[in-house]
Design a binder for this molecule. Structure first.
Ligand code: SAM
Ligand code: SF4
Length: 391
């Protein structure tokens, strides 16, 4: 790992951690995340490979400490893959590994992504005792034929069961992920899914429009004409329908694809969007610190062999120029409810943004207060607005 400047001021000393768990029992047809099934890793039992994997991740955390120095950790996020496949003792080893080397903020948020099928009360009690205080459950849909089109294996009834057990285990912060715009999903199917999500004892929902990622089973089925993707207008209607119902149920949008009850916002994701520093541990994980971004080798086997030889698992890095940083700031901040202070934009960008205010995509009352904030119709074309402001 190349030497990086130690964080100095108290604001700079905040450092979030992302720990990647690159395993799934089965790959969902739409997903191109950096994750591997037991078959792809030539093992019949993920349990056999989790302990050596955690040993490697702990080595990477030690390496990071020697480069980064002291820092306070406000958030830690176990993402995947399917982190809930990890035995609770291994989750505890990872949390203790970070805690032994870095100071935890008194109010630290520790999230774990979970598959609703595998959660038991005993497991939830154990990870809660290990320090996990927020769960993000992959729900995707409540409608069986939609789950089948997505090639998801979980039983939709397990989502409510998992949330109930998580509450019993003392988790105050619960989130579910939803996907809309799946081939064959009607407006009524989507409504049924999000209404059952809004009725759960949760304080956060992420809702993503289905992306057809090249190389996935979904992409092949769409290419063969076996599945037909809905048109953009239908998908936009679903976004607006969900947004209005979420707001009425007490969930406010705070980022394009994220809604929360007051206090339920995911502080880890906010750290990505507001340009805070983070360290990504695990194969393919990205890190960002002091204007430098770097990322690890992608495959778990290559990752583990680098670390077992005492080498850095970094694949490559880049220094972000001022122009890169400005573009990134614009791209990320525009996605947030708070938006961007107009005085942070160049005059040329302000003039361009004014056209979007006049067309109703940027909120006029916020504009009068000196901020660029998207209206619901503006959120639907956020990428286009960014592109035009960057010209
Ligand atoms: C790493 S997964 C979450 C945890 C767990 N692996 C699961 O799926 O239940 C993160 C989320 O990304 C979303 N996602 C993955 N691939 C997607 C795609 N092609 N289009 C839209 N959303 C996607 C899903 O909602 C998924 O829950
Ligand atoms: S969506 Fe989640 S469970 Fe499905 S393959 Fe991707 S990471 Fe694994």
């Amino acid at each position: 790992m190349a030497k990086v400047e130690s964080p100095r001021s108290s604001a700079q000393r905040a450092l979030s951690f992302y720990i990647h768990i690159p395993y799934c029992a089965k790959r969902c047809g739409y997903c191109d995340f950096n994750t591997y099934t037991p078959q792809e890793l030539s093992t019949s039992d993920l349990g056999l490979i989790t302990r050596p994997y955690v040993d490697s991740a702990l080595k990477e955390i030690e390496l990071a400490k020697s480069e980064v120095g002291d820092a306070i950790v406000p958030t830690l996020f176990f993402g995947g893959g399917t982190p809930s496949l990890m035995p609770s003792s291994e989750i505890a080893r990872l949390i203790n590994g970070v805690k032994g080397l870095f100071e935890f903020d008194a109010n630290i948020e520790v999230t774990l992504e979970a598959n609703p099928d595998t959660l038991t009360l005993a497991y939830l009690d154990e990870i809660r005792a290990a320090g996990v205080n927020r769960l993000s459950i992959g729900m995707q849909s409540a409608v069986k034929h939609v789950l089948v089109a997505l090639d998801r294996t979980h039983n939709p009834e397990n989502v409510a069961r998992a949330c109930k057990l998580a509450r019993e285990a003392g988790f105050e912060h619960l989130s579910v992920d939803l996907i809309y715009g799946t081939p064959g999903e009607t407006a009524q199917d989507w409504r049924e899914s999000f209404e059952s999500a809004l009725a759960l004892p949760i304080d956060h929902i992420s809702a993503y429009a289905l992306i057809v990622e090249s190389g996935t089973k979904l992409a092949a089925r769409v290419k063969r004409g076996e599945l037909v993707m809905p048109n953009d207008d239908e998908t936009a209607e679903k976004y607006l329908d969900f947004d209005a119902s979420a707001e009425s149920a007490g969930f406010s949008w705070y980022e394009l694809s994220n809604w929360a009850k007051p206090g339920g916002e995911c502080r880890h994701n906010i750290a990505y969007w507001d340009g805070s520093y983070w360290l990504g541990i695990g194969p393919g994980a990205h890190s960002y610190l002091n204007g430098r971004r770097w990322w690890n080798v992608k495959h778990p086997v290559t990752y583990q062999s680098a670390l077992s030889e005492g080498k850095s698992p970094i694949a490559d890095s880049e220094i972000l120029s001022d122009e890169n940083l400005r573009a990134e700031f614009l791209m990320l901040q525009i996605r947030m409810k708070f938006g961007i202070e107009l005085n942070k934009l160049e005059l040329k960008q302000q003039a361009q943004a004014k056209n979007f205010r006049d067309s109703g995509h940027i909120d006029s009352s916020e504009w009068a207060r000196g901020r660029l904030a998207l209206t619901p119709s503006g959120r639907l074309i956020a990428d286009r607005i960014v592109r035009e402001l960057m010209v």
